[in-house]
Ligand binder design. Structure first.
Ligand code: ZN
Length: 232
């Protein structure tokens, strides 16, 4: 279980990491990701707007029906005023008319609000829809460039992966597993030197036991960050 083998592995792993990160941080990758997110977001927004527009259409329809019914009833009640036989009946009809006036005003207000919201949605919808085609074209362009770059780097990536597979043969499987577990948390380097009595990664003080292990087996595992620590 020599730490030297793991250090060699880590060096190649670092080259691979650098290469992959260069590809992922390239302009086409960063821009492409942004455009992809924009397109996805737009699709969701458009879907939501469609749904709200349907709801508003139904609401407007219903409000218009209510309005018609209420105005019709109002006309009927007005006739009732003329035909009222006594003061009580007149008062009753007048009260009903006042109530209905309020109801009609409220329907008119709701209707105006719904129509306004519908107009706002239509505008936002058009704005968004206008932006989508150009974003799609740009996304496609970025994607093609990204794929091209990836393809160009592929032989180098394969060679490094091949090298890693070869180096892995000389490393204890448990050690490899422990390395990959830390590496999987996007931590690099995983094998770090001892700095004073501290872990070279997280700077935590090592126990006497851990320092002893470094002396006896060449390395120890940090109890805090689980990196491998060796003495340079
Ligand atoms: Zn540590």
């Amino acid at each position: 279980m020599k730490i030297e083998n793991l250090l060699k592995y880590q060096e190649v792993d670092g080259q691979l990491k650098k290469l992959v990160s260069e590809i992922n941080q390239s302009e086409e990758s960063v821009k492409g990701k942004k455009l992809g997110a924009f397109l996805k977001e737009s699709e969701e927004k458009i879907k939501k707007m469609d749904k709200r527009a349907d709801e508003l259409n139904a609401l407007i329809q219903k409000l218009k029906e209510n309005y018609q019914q209420s105005t019709q009833k109002f006309a009927e009640l007005e006739e009732g005023v003329e035909q009222a036989i006594d003061k009580d009946e007149l008062n009753y009809v007048a009260k009903k008319l006042a109530e209905l006036t309020k109801t009609i005003a409220s329907i008119e207000k709701d209707l105006a609000n719904a129509i306004k919201e519908m107009g706002d949605i239509a505008k936002r919808y058009d704005d968004l829809r206008a932006k989508v085609p150009s974003a799609k074209a740009q996304y496609k362009e970025c994607r093609a460039k990204f794929d091209q770059r990836k393809k160009e780097q592929e032989p180098q990536i394969s060679a490094l992966k091949q090298q890693l597979a070869e180096l892995e043969k000389d490393i204890d499987s448990k050690m490899m597993e422990a390395y990959q577990k830390v590496r999987g948390q996007n931590i690099y380097p995983v094998v770090v030197p001892l700095v004073g009595n501290n872990c070279g990664g997280c700077r935590m003080d090592l126990s006497i036991g851990a320092v002893g292990k470094i002396e006896s087996q060449g390395y120890a595992v940090c109890e805090n960050c689980h990196r491998f620590i060796y003495k340079k």
